[in-house]
Design a binder for this molecule. Structure first.
Ligand SMILES: [Zn+2]
Length: 255
């Protein structure tokens, strides 16, 4: 028997082929190396097969759970099933202008199933971590890993503040929309952030023990089911610049 690192249960074997980032976050074609998957939509004609990065690191039952969360996220984040109850359940108030900068738009989402959506984002990070594939200056340390795991595992823990989640939607004309990036760690203004992108979104989770900046508290996914989705040209932001630096460094090391 072996122990599944995600649920801690003793199992006979691990699921053979678990994905790191769910398939719906890729477009139809892809170009992958070990760190970054770059998706070119212009090549969609080549194949209908969707592939990603797979590995074996969680049990069958955890795989099933994570697929539930993935499915929920795909329904609310994309309009592929715009007739689904999940898609229709989200109230989107759009656009809202930020009074500091008129180019900076955001959209208020309400009625999100907080726990499902949080678990979706945590599961992408946990899977990548457990597969040994989180890249960046740090790995998740044991203390944070254990706390995230305990929130993930326990449906009665409703915690939106220890590891706040920010969601950014790429502008329709943003080239960054075509990238799927596996979770990696970056540091911004003293905070460690795990970021991943796909499906036209960038997901940020703040990993630190100290108090988070006010704008994070304002924009984060809240336990009441609301979230302020930033709608931006990603490269214009400090976060985006940092990400692009990382991506171009990784791309240079490809060959
Ligand atoms: Zn498990």
């Amino acid at each position: 028997m072996i122990s599944c690192p995600l649920c801690n249960r003793a199992v006979e074997h691990l699921h053979k082929r678990s994905h790191l980032v769910p398939e719906w976050m890729y477009t139809d074609c892809y170009n992958e190396n070990h760190k970054v998957i770059e998706v070119s939509r212009s090549e969609e004609r080549v194949t209908k097969k969707q592939k990603g990065v797979y590995s074996s690191f969680i049990c069958d039952s955890c795989e099933k759970d994570t697929q539930k969360y993935d499915h929920y996220a795909s329904l609310i984040l994309t309009n592929r099933s715009s007739g689904s109850d999940e898609f229709k359940s989200i109230e989107r108030t759009y656009p809202k202008k930020n009074n500091v900068d008129d180019n900076f738009e955001f959209c208020l989402w309400e009625n999100i199933d907080f726990k499902k959506f949080q678990n979706f984002i945590f599961s992408v990070i946990l899977r990548t971590h457990l597969a040994g594939r989180i890249k960046g200056s740090i790995q998740l340390n044991q203390e944070h890993l254990n706390r995230i795991l305990s929130i993930y595992r326990d449906n009665t823990i409703i915690d939106d503040s220890s590891y706040p989640i920010l969601l950014m939607e790429y502008h329709k004309n943003d080239k960054m929309r075509d990238h799927v990036i596996l979770p990696f760690v970056k540091k911004l203004k003293g905070h460690h952030i795990v970021e991943f992108t796909g499906g036209g979104y960038a997901f940020n989770v703040y990993i630190s023990s100290h108090s988070k900046p006010q704008h994070i508290k304002t924009f984060r996914l809240k336990k009441e089911g609301s979230l302020l989705v930033l709608n931006i040209f990603f490269q214009q932001t400090a976060l985006g610049k940092k990400s692009i630096e990382v991506i171009s460094t990784l791309e240079k090391s490809k060959g």
